[in-house]
Design a protein around this ligand. Structure first.
Ligand SMILES: Nc1ncnc2c1ncn2[C@@H]1O[C@H](COP(=O)(O)OP(=O)(O)OP(=O)(O)O)[C@@H](O)[C@H]1O
Ligand SMILES: [K+]
Ligand SMILES: [Mg+2]
Length: 676
């Protein structure tokens, strides 16, 4: 799939798009796009006039009618081609996904016995065993074991990922392959509803629905079309009254030039291409609406650890407090970490080795493990002899020790503040009512963050960093990274409260998350980006999934959404401005014989009335394919505020839209006039 993503437009995609442009001529399909449907009806009428000359009007000029028919036909085909081309890459991707969705057999556990069944027979709740070298037969959650899994079929990333029972890395996707060890998986989706199934229908656009913005624009374009239709229809009798003979193909040509065919022809291509750009970026958007919402975001909520910083928070120093020794701090830190599988916990044991410190592991034998929880902000063990060992956020450990009647060493705050001021995370280590010291967890801000936040600020987006860390560390990192605001010591439920508060102010909010406790907030956010490595609950609540599990991608997704909205706005402006030149070409041409004063309006100095009409019509047709690259790639884009963007767009695409066709039509007329 990744290979497909890279080859932009293969000849296979182009020839398929050409074929689809004809298939899309089906009036049932065309009717969904009112502007182009009107053109198609016009094309059909001109075809009749060409095929049956004299039947409707004795003065029919077959040559002229045939030419108009062909130009109109191409206008419709060009619009269809734009849409088909935009759909092309998704369809190719869907094909390769379908290929990877081969039926496999599954080792289903029935009453403790393995029974081999086809994967299509698996239902929600079934339990299967998957061993080394086998394909995971369906989406599910690991309930036992640990394995490395090759997920390249869906992510395009060749390095295998670790999946294990419990925690945030327990979800597996059907069609991916176990490369080592063995896991027991509980199936979480019924046939036809798996992640790959959803992905196929998403990328091939099978369920693509028009977004609210698109619907609104469509209504506007349809209204314009109806107005011009009325204008053109009433023009006939008025001209008749003035004794001017206007032929039907000329009136149809005028209508087609007046209605917004450029944007009408490119509108759906712009939407599809926007979604496709997100997909190329390895992010699955569940709807076009989600991508558009990304373009309208006012507030972005970001995690600190792993999003703004690298997130591999490593223990880098032990700091004794009171009269404890470094050996004691190290030993108790290690004992509290022997079963803590978080990166923080493992790094404590590594630091012990690095500093050549030792501890008596047998003390921890038979102890009860106290797992790290975001709610408690502590982890540790309860020893068999009754002693309780904890490490955790300084604030939490202080409360824990005080509750047991302990006192706080006077040099604790100084030590933790100096760690926090450097952007590090201080963890306090305690046994029962005594604090022994601090662990300095180091983490670094990812490079380039400040620039990215500056860009977001220029787009008018407020960034809020949310972290479970203490206020001083949070403030340091926030300053270093350049976020606008931060919330420290935040628990998972605080995130949803923050989102609601922003939304109550009328803001659209984007956030990322991966854990089950992020799911409600992901659902509440206007744009929720879940990590593919995250839990099923998070992925189902979100409206986007990042296959690479990189939370900082939300920044790019918002940029793509903005670019989509801008491209649509720019091409709409261009399309409507474009029509002005066409009035100047066609209207004088129509009336010039009866009203010679109309000559004054022929400011382009076009060769003859007929060549003027044909040139305007040809320009109207070819501008569609000429703008396909822009519609697909999106307009060039600099981060700036919405109002600045609007005025810049009006200048570039409005003025450009007025001037370009004057030049274009004139050039076409120079050629056309040679023939007629
Ligand atoms: N393994 C651990 N054992 C004990 N305490 C921990 C452990 N990991 C983190 N902590 C403490 O708990 C606090 C909260 O951690 P949590 O992972 O919930 O948030 P965070 O990673 O700091 O913030 P975020 O990921 O939202 O930016 C940390 O700041 C740290 O003080
Ligand atoms: K037009
Ligand atoms: Mg965290």
């Amino acid at each position: 799939m990744s290979a497909n993503r890279k080859s932009m437009l293969s000849s296979a995609i182009i020839s398929r798009a050409i074929r689809d442009s004809f298939i899309k001529l089906n009036p049932k399909t065309m009717a969904k796009n009112p502007v182009m449907f009107v053109v198609e009806i016009g094309t059909f009428i001109v075809l009749l006039l060409t095929l049956f000359p004299g039947y409707f009007d004795t003065k029919d000029d077959i040559g002229f009618n045939l030419t108009v028919f062909l130009i109109l036909l191409f206008t419709v085909l060009f619009a269809n081609f734009a849409e088909a081309l935009a759909e092309g890459r998704g369809k190719a991707q869907a094909d390769s996904l379908k290929n990877s969705k081969k039926e496999t057999s599954a080792n289903k556990l029935v009453g403790g016995v393995v029974k081999v069944v086809p994967s299509t027979e698996l239902r929600k709740g079934d339990v299967v065993v998957v061993a080394q070298g086998e394909m995971i037969p369906g989406d599910g959650e690991v309930i036992e074991g640990l394995a490395s899994v090759d997920e390249s079929a869906i992510t395009g990333e060749s390095a295998p990922v670790i999946k294990e029972a419990g925690g945030d890395f327990s979800s597996v996707t059907g069609g991916t392959k176990v490369v080592s060890d063995r896991i027991v998986v509980r199936i979480t989706s019924d046939p036809g509803e798996s992640f790959i199934d959803r992905m196929i229908s998403l990328v091939e656009g099978a369920k693509r629905q028009k977004t609210p913005n698109e619907l609104a624009l469509n209504t506007l374009l349809s209204s314009l079309t109806i107005i011009f239709l009325i204008v053109v229809v009433t023009l006939g009798p008025i001209a008749g009254y003035l004794d001017i003979d206007l032929q039907i193909p000329v009136l149809i040509a005028l209508l087609v030039c007046l209605i917004p065919t450029t944007i009408g022809g490119l509108l759906s291509a712009i939407g599809i291409a926007g979604m496709d750009r997100v997909t190329q970026f390895n992010v699955l958007a569940m709807s076009g609406k989600a991508v558009e919402a990304a373009g309208d975001i006012n507030t972005m909520i970001l995690d600190k650890t792993g999003t703004i910083t690298y997130g591999n928070r490593m223990a880098s120093e032990f700091l004794p407090v009171g009269n404890a020794s470094i050996q004691e701090v190290g030993a108790w830190s290690a004992i509290s970490s022997v079963r803590d599988e978080t990166p923080e916990g493992r790094s404590v044991l590594e630091l012990m080795k690095k500093q050549l410190l030792t501890f008596d592991e047998s003390i921890a034998a038979g102890s009860d493990f106290i797992e790290f929880k975001a709610e408690t902000r502590m982890s540790g063990v309860d020893l068999k002899d009754g002693r309780k060992v904890r490490k955790g956020s300084v604030d939490a450990v202080k409360k824990w020790v005080t509750a047991q009647g302990g006192s706080i060493p006077t040099d604790l705050d100084g030590g933790s503040d100096s760690i926090a001021r450097e952007g590090g995370t201080p963890l306090a280590v305690a046994v029962d009512n005594r604090i022994y010291g601090l662990i300095y967890l180091k983490d670094t801000v990812k490079p380039g963050m400040r620039e990215r936040f500056e860009q977001l600020r220029q787009m008018g987006i407020k960034t809020i960093m949310c972290t479970g860390d203490n206020p001083l560390t949070a403030a340091t990192i926030a300053r270093e990274a350049g976020v606008d605001d931060f919330v420290a010591e935040s628990k998972p439920e605080d995130k949803i409260a923050l989102i609601r508060r922003e939304q109550a102010d009328g803001k659209l909010v984007a956030m990322t998350g991966d854990g089950t406790n992020d799911a409600p907030a992901l659902a509440q956010a206007d744009v929720g980006l879940a990590m593919n490595s995250g839990t099923i609950a998070a992925k189902e609540a979100a409206n986007m999934v990042d296959l690479d599990s990189d939370p900082s991608k939300i920044i790019e997704v918002v940029s793509i959404g903005k670019q989509l909205l801008m491209t649509r706005g720019a091409l709409t402006t261009f399309s409507i401005a474009n029509d002005i030149a066409k009035y100047f070409a066609i209207i004088p041409a129509m009336f010039i014989l009866a009203i010679p004063e109309m000559k004054a309006l022929n400011i382009m100095g076009l060769g003859s009335p007929l060549s003027a009409i044909l040139s305007a019509l040809i320009f109207n047709a070819i501008i569609i394919p000429l703008l396909i690259p822009l519609a697909m790639k999106g307009v060039a884009y600099k981060p700036m505020s919405a109002s600045k963007l609007l005025s810049r767009n009006i200048v570039i695409y409005g003025l450009g839209g007025i001037i370009v066709p004057f030049i274009g039509i004139k050039l076409i007329d120079l050629v056309v006039h040679l023939w007629i």
